[in-house]
Design a protein around this ligand. Structure first.
Ligand SMILES: Cc1cc2nc3c(=O)[nH]c(=O)nc-3n(C[C@H](O)[C@H](O)[C@H](O)COP(=O)(O)OP(=O)(O)OC[C@H]3O[C@@H](n4cnc5c(N)ncnc54)[C@H](O)[C@@H]3O)c2cc1C
Length: 393
């Protein structure tokens, strides 16, 4: 058997999505030696709008600025959104708020995930982060007081003072460490497509709650194109997916009350199973989780990646610039990170559930109640302000 090539890094990050890559940059900026293992190649920029987009709040944008990529993303393609409208198809429940109400220029920006990843990847490499394409690897140990964490690639043994699982909702790192998970399946599919609309979206992020699940219409950088996320109940999702994209667009048109006029679908249609999950423990020895590996939430308020960027900022700050070899000191830092981020994640999950149940019910009594309840925030500015602050991050 040929000899393994050994390499030691301060931090090894498994997963080069938006969250793993942005963390690698903040750590490299602290003069850490960082490696990222990613199963795919660098995402490329395309002329047409990608299907996967994220509504990023201002806090996430600040993280991307700190990484030195925001201007590149903005110059390429991104769409600021300046107000939000949320309503219920079956009642008068309605909430609307704008950036002006919170003295902000906008509420955030819609970005394509692959554009963000492309520029983060480029920047990480410029800072000396080694991004290793590794579809196959094996986690050998999460380390201890005297030993580093160890991951074996084909001909290479990588050792690290800290091992970060940023490998998404189906995290192999989390699974390997057997970190306990709380989850429930929403029995919904998130259907995504890009829809051309007769009327311009005017930078408004819209969401309509339907008996079949919430439908979001996100304003893309193109004035007459919205990116939809329809979190449709399983049976209805299957029906929608069996139909043509043209028919889907007609559903969007009618279910949104023709708010943007006639709709046409000019893209592929994709679906993602929706599941809420969070790891009850985010760390073990030298191993720690970030982003979707630690939590996935319902996309109805578009907060998944925003939570992940919050993890990145807090973890980079918690690790600081000191050395990471002493296990008790490292665990103190990781515990502080876990405490702070778990608290915010749980609040967000609870808020999503409240919103989903408040708007999502078909029970006539609750429908009446929610119409009253949601009419209050729309009139009562301090409450709306609070909602806008959550949106801003
Ligand atoms: C329909 C939908 C709409 C959404 N809209 C929004 C929104 O508007 N705003 C928002 O904030 N969030 C939104 N989200 C959530 C957001 O997409 C995720 O929270 C975010 O992409 C998580 O990023 P991540 O880097 O943690 O994980 P991922 O994006 O899943 O990245 C994980 C990376 O790890 C790699 N990887 C996985 N396994 C391995 C392995 N074994 N070896 C090596 N590499 C591996 C993957 O290739 C990938 O690059 C939405 C989600 C869905 C489903």
């Amino acid at each position: 058997m040929s000899k393994l090539h050994r390499e030691h890094v301060d931090v090894l990050i498994v997963g080069g999505g938006m969250i793993g890559l942005s963390l690698s940059i903040l750590l490299a900026q602290q003069d850490r030696k960082v490696m990222v293992l990613e199963q795919h190649v660098q995402p490329q920029l395309t002329d047409e709008l990608a299907l996967r987009v994220s509504a990023l709040n201002d806090r996430s944008r600040q993280v991307l600025k700190q990484c030195g990529v925001w201007q590149r993303i903005k110059n390429h393609r991104s769409g600021p959104y300046n107000s939000m409208q949320v309503w219920d198809k079956d009642s008068s429940a309605h909430i609307e708020f704008s950036a002006a109400e919170v003295d902000a220029e906008d509420l955030g920006a819609i970005v394509e995930n692959n554009v963000v990843e492309h520029f983060l990847w480029q920047r990480a490499e410029q800072l000396g982060v080694k991004i290793q394409q590794a579809p196959q690897w094996q986690l050998l140990t999460a380390g201890n007081e005297s030993h580093s964490a160890e991951v074996q690639l084909e001909q290479q043994l990588v050792t690290a003072d800290v091992l970060v699982g940023a490998d998404g909702g189906r995290s192999k790192v989390r699974h390997w460490a057997e970190l306990p998970l709380t989850f429930w399946d929403y029995q919904q599919q998130g259907i995504v497509a890009n829809i051309r609309t007769e009327k311009p979206h005017q930078g408004i992020a819209r969401q309509v709650f339907l008996p079949t699940g919430p439908l979001a219409l996100l304003p893309t950088p193109e004035a007459n194109t919205v990116s939809i996320v329809w979190s449709a109940d399983q049976a209805f999702a299957e029906q929608l997916l069996a139909e043509s994209p043209a028919r889907l667009a007609k559903w969007v048109e009618s279910e949104s009350g023709r708010v943007l006029g006639e709709c046409r679908c000019e893209s592929a249609v994709k679906a993602f199973p929706l599941r809420m999950q969070y790891a009850r423990q985010w760390q073990q020895q030298r191993l720690v989780l970030v982003g979707d590996a630690a939590h996935t939430i319902h996309p109805l308020a578009g907060q998944g990646a925003n939570l992940g960027f919050g993890d990145v900022k807090t973890l980079a700050e918690a690790l600081g610039s000191g050395h990471l070899k002493a296990l008790d000191e490292l665990q103190r830092k990781l515990s502080a990170y876990q405490r702070s981020r778990k608290a915010e994640t749980q609040v967000m999950i609870a808020a999503m559930e409240l919103f989903k149940r408040g708007f999502g019910t078909a029970n006539p009594l609750l429908k009446g109640l929610r119409a009253v309840a949601f009419a209050i925030p729309n009139r009562f500015t301090p409450l709306k302000r609070k909602l806008a602050e959550i949106a801003l991050g």
